[in-house]
Design a protein around this ligand. Sequence first.
Ligand SMILES: NC(=O)c1ccc[n+]([C@@H]2O[C@H](COP(=O)([O-])OP(=O)(O)OC[C@H]3O[C@@H](n4cnc5c(N)ncnc54)[C@H](OP(=O)(O)O)[C@@H]3O)[C@@H](O)[C@H]2O)c1
Length: 366
Amino acid sequence: MEDTFAFIIHPINIKKDVARKFPLLGKLLTEPQINFFSRYFPPVYLSEITGIRSAATGRELRGWLIACPFTPPTMMSVPVETAYKKIVACGHMAEELGARILGLGAYTSVVGDAGKTIADRLDVPVTNGDSYTVAIAVEAVQEAAREMAIPMREATVAVVGATGAIGRACAQLFAGDCARLTLVGRRLDALNEVRELCEGQLADVSISTEMSAIYDADLILTVTSAVHAVIEPQHLKPGAVVCDVARPRDVSVKVAAERDDVLVIEGGMVEVPGPVDFHFDFGFPPKKAYACMAETMALALEGRYEDYTVTREIELSRVREIREIAGRHGFRLAGFRSFGEAVSEATIANVRERATVRRKTWSPAL
Ligand SMILES: NC(=O)c1ccc[n+]([C@@H]2O[C@H](COP(=O)([O-])OP(=O)(O)OC[C@H]3O[C@@H](n4cnc5c(N)ncnc54)[C@H](OP(=O)(O)O)[C@@H]3O)[C@@H](O)[C@H]2O)c1
């Protein structure tokens, strides 16, 4: 039997992403109009994905991209039941196409209970992709630390959105790997719970509800579900590395414009094994996928047609398992990108040089 999967995406960069499928609508409609009309739009078939090939078994995988028309503001403002119904309708399209597992992209995996209700309402198994997103995000931070010559074991690491599904799991993994860990969130009680999960390993753990707490961090992983940017230029010290896993991004574009002494990378970009063609431009370079997409693909290549990550309580054992499965089939952390552009070795050398100069005169304007 053929290995197949489907993956749901939705517009994030609203006008630009709508224009990828409907150039005229993307051009003519304003963002508020798209937000409004997206409520009444049905699921949209985007493309067939071909050419994914396991490095371990040589088996090929066929998949489909399906768009849930809701934008982030719509997804977060409609009643959760309305969002579920639209996502389940996308799931029915996946079932009709013949998908044997369904992945939930971006906010379709954030809304409500992170996949559980959607999995209960569909015959096709579901995963929200968060286990592999965690594995790849942590690996990206470790790799960026190496590139910037920041020793992990001496570093202060901050996790922004530490009370969320991905943030909490990443925080627990960093706690065994760094000197100091700062957990940033909006609710003290929830932060205290995450702190308890992290304590007893290598790191001294502290919590804060203020973004200024990340100023001391050498390495920052940010993964909130905020609709707008939460990290601004004044929050970062010279030489800091920020891995932004959130979609839409947590790091303000002002950081790109004003801070050439920090390294901002996008978390979650993975190289896909085989001559893959998505037959749709979702904004990544060729042959690259989001980690959550890659989790869905890796499970299909492994023949694990089961509900895999469908909860906010991400199990670290699952993170380790999917890292092993995906690695064996040939999925790899892809090179770094920053605000949509590839990051070269020269860029990293420049950041390091600028940081050295900036440290001499720097004081935070908080
Ligand atoms: N790159 C990838 O491959 C990939 C894969 C999956 C998900 N994602 C992205 O990862 C992000 C988080 O996903 P998740 O599943 O971990 O979500 P989640 O469980 O809902 O957690 C969201 C976190 O963000 C915090 N938050 C929400 N709004 C905020 C605001 N306005 N300011 C500051 N913090 C805010 C929440 O705080 P409270 O606890 O106080 O509510 C919580 O800590 C989303 O942007 C999602 O699109 C990316």
